[in-house]
Structure formats: C-alpha cells, structure tokens
Design a protein around this ligand. Structure first.
Ligand SMILES: Nc1nc2c(ncn2[C@@H]2O[C@H](COP(=O)(O)OP(=O)(O)O)[C@@H](O)[C@H]2O)c(=O)[nH]1
Ligand SMILES: [Mg+2]
Length: 210
C-alpha cells in the first residue's frame, strides 16, 4: 500500500468537535515530546504536516489527518501528550477527559499506537494507559521512537527490557526513527494487520487491509 497524499482535516478541543466518523482511524498517544507529530509526518510522507516542537506541552487539541492510500483512506489522530511536568491537577484532568473521552467514544477508532522513547523504560502513565485500553478491548500497539538514539550494541538489552514489562499479550514493539525514516514500513504493516483483521467497533467500510 502506498501513501498518495495527506491533509489536515480537523482540530478539536473535545471529541464532540470532531467530524463524523467516516473512515478507519488510528490514534497516536504518548508523552509530550516523545515524537508523535514527527512520526505522523513520516507515516504521511510529509515533512511538515503536523507541527513538531522541541518545547513540549503545546498541543491541547486533537488533530485529525486524512491519509489517502492506494488501499483506501484512513485518519490519523494526533492526541495531546501527557507527562509534561508543569501542569496543574486541573489540566491533567482536562487531558484525561479529552483523551479518554475520545478513545472510549470514537466509533471509527481501530487502533491506538502508544509511543515510547526507545531509550526509556515504560512508566506508570504508559502501563496505566495500556491497561485502560485493554479493559475496553481497544487494540493497542507499542511503538518505540527515536531508535536512532539507541546504539546497536544496546538494542537487544532494550528489547528484552520492553518484552519483560509488556508480557506476551502485546506484539513486540516496532522500532522507529522519524529522523532517519526507519521502521515506517514495518509500522504500516502492523497497522494494516489490525485494520484488516483486528476487532472493530461500529459498522465501517473496510478502508485498509488486504
Ligand atoms: N533523534 C530523534 N529525534 C526525534 C525523533 N522524533 C522526534 N524527535 C524530536 O523530538 C522532539 C519532539 O518531537 P515531536 O514530534 O514534536 O513530539 P510530540 O510532542 O510527541 O509530538 C523534536 O525536537 C523532534 O525533532 C527521532 O526519531 N529521532
Ligand atoms: Mg506533537
């Protein structure tokens, strides 16, 4: 499957502000600065579709991007990041309401990608999110970012550390680097496997898969 074009279609401060579900959707979740927007740009094959930033904690909106592919369109949702140190309890609650409201209620959502910096261990936030998704039977994939920052001699050790924490239920994380473009094909393959065969909510036209 080949990406033909991509465009920004919506930005919303609440799930109610999003356009009606129409094509399969894949959400990118993760801590601020983990590389969500950079990875989304790589998936879309566009350098500056989603704004990236060296200063974390800016996005407070859900951004939807439509990706047109040879096998059918899908939407990528760039969700606001968490874990930014200087936020109030009230802001944390607002994040939670927005993101959990979206994840629990978006009928076209087929898969959540949980992004994790390949150099760091999964924290309580990540494990909590994975447990939350599992409880709701929402498919999730762990995607490691910034793989270019991990020396090849350390890869095996990092791989074991992730496998130990994640257990056998989840597929092995996909390693990606948005700066180098590595792992993008493998990630698309993983996404397509879910779109084609994974459980789905709602009654949607098949937009991806074989
Ligand atoms: N070395 C490296 N840096 C990255 C990679 N992906 C993102 N970054 C950098 O990490 C910072 C945050 O990226 P961004 O995509 O805005 O993260 P977001 O807050 O999760 O959307 C930016 O300075 C990016 O240039 C990567 O694969 N490798
Ligand atoms: Mg971002």
């Amino acid at each position: 499957m080949r990406v033909l074009s991509a465009e920004h279609v919506a930005a919303a401060a609440s799930p109610a502000g999003l356009p009606e579900p129409e094509v399969p959707e894949v959400a990118l979740l993760g801590r601020s600065n983990v590389g969500k927007s950079s990875l989304l740009n790589r998936l879309a094959g566009r350098r500056a579709l989603a704004r990236t930033s060296a200063t974390p904690g800016k996005t407070r909106l859900i951004h939807l991007y439509r990706v047109r592919r040879t096998g059918g369109d899908l939407l990528l949702a760039d969700l606001p990041g968490y874990g930014y140190a200087r936020v109030s309890r009230q802001e944390r609650r607002r994040w939670r309401d927005l993101v959990e409201g979206y994840l629990a209620g978006r009928e076209s959502l087929r898969l959540a990608l949980l992004l994790q910096d390949a150099r760091r261990d999964l924290g309580d936030d990540e494990l909590g999110l994975l447990a939350w998704l599992r409880e709701r039977e929402l498919p999730a994939m762990v995607v490691l970012t910034k793989a270019d920052k991990v020396r090849s001699a350390e890869r095996a050790r990092r791989r074991r550390a992730f496998a130990e924490v994640l257990g056998p239920e989840l597929a092995e994380p996909v390693w990606t680097s948005a700066t180098r473009g590595t792992g993008i094909e493998a990630l698309w393959e993983g996404i397509d496997a879910w779109l084609g065969t994974g459980p789905s909510r709602g009654d949607l036209p098949a937009g991806g898969g074989a």
